[in-house]
Write a protein that binds this ligand. Structure first.
Ligand code: NAP
Length: 280
């Protein structure tokens, strides 16, 4: 190969990723394993996404996608793994030569923290939101044998469309829809927030009432690390799972897909927590 020194580049592409803690987490991982690589966050506007992605991927070893590009990237790839094809959302692109394959590691981001707590099965779940993270949640629930998901949304028509689509994909799960302000009386053993509530948007009163003690409450929002939803859950005695755990576990799986090496999880967790705690 001669003398030429090439640093591999990995990228996170999203509409607004300037404050993302992912570069801190992934760069710490590359350093710990001795891989000469850099991971950087790149803001890309919706109108320019296709052109920018095609240009960037040629000089990138691996890509993470986030809001709003997890579905838009699909037509630009050569192949999809089974999970991302099923749910229509890609958050990781791995490259082999000139072939680009999409994966969804958000699902692992959800199942891994639950399994770590012994929740290898979920009976009934309350899901807040019907966007990309909600799709990953439905796949995760299918993997954990869930029988029933109530989808709480602010727009009932959107919720119904989402629930019928998910019911077609996941025939073993019964779906129902409720408007978030009127949610009540659920007996879910898991509540999952896949909306930006808590990252600025206030927590609806109705939600405070359904958090009642024995349901585990898992928030995808990772900034702040302990959202109002999680604080409320803790006050009522519910076990909680913070959004950074999802970010960490999607990241470890992405690292392993890209490098073929075991992810240095403790190093990644520490870098992630430092980044989130330092920049509130
Ligand atoms: P998305 O595709 O834009 O979906 C957001 C969903 O939230 C939509 O159903 C939207 O409803 C709903 N929503 C937005 N504001 C709301 C409000 N004030 N009240 C009730 N519902 C509201 O976004 P996403 O990719 O699913 O991400 C959702 C959240 O999860 C974000 O905060 C994101 O940062 C977080 N996330 C975290 C991780 C992690 O690794 N920790 C991974 C993925 C996502 P409408 O359709 O009516 O707008």
């Amino acid at each position: 190969m001669g003398w030429k020194w090439l640093v591999e580049t990995y990228r996170l592409i999203g509409e607004d990723v300037s404050r993302s803690p992912s570069p801190a987490m992934m760069n710490a991982a590359f350093r710990a394993v001795g891989i000469d690589a850099v991971y950087e966050a790149v803001n890309v506007g919706r109108a320019e996404f296709s052109d920018r992605f095609l240009a960037l991927r040629a000089e990138t070893s691996g890509v993470n996608l986030t809001i709003p590009f997890k579905s838009d990237v699909i037509p630009l790839l050569d192949a999809l793994d089974e999970v991302s094809a099923r749910i229509g959302a890609v958050n990781v692109v791995a490259r082999t030569g000139q072939r680009y394959k999409g994966y969804n590691t958000d699902v692992n981001g959800i199942t891994a923290p639950l399994r770590e707590r012994g929740m290898g099965r979920v009976r009934k779940a309350l899901l807040l939101g019907a966007g990309g993270a909600a799709r990953a949640f439905c796949e995760a629930m299918s993997q954990l044998g869930c029988a029933e998901i109530t989808v709480a949304v602010r727009d009932a028509a959107k919720g119904e469309r989402f629930a019928s689509e998910m019911a077609m994909i996941f025939g073993g799960i019964r779906f129902s829809v409720v408007v978030i302000d009127r949610v009540g009386g659920t007996e879910a053993d898991l509540v999952f927030n896949a909306t930006p509530i808590g990252a600025g948007d206030p927590l609806p009163e109705a939600l405070k009432r359904v958090i009642y003690g024995h349901a585990t409450v898992f928030d995808a929002v990772y900034r702040p690390m302990k959202t109002e939803l999680l604080r409320t859950a803790e006050e009522k005695g519910s076990p909680i799972i913070c959004g950074y755990e999802m970010l960490l576990n999607q990241g470890t799986m992405a690292f392993e897909l890209w490098t073929g090496k075991p992810a240095p999880k403790a190093v990644m967790e520490s870098a992630l927590r430092t980044s989130l705690e330092g920049a509130r």
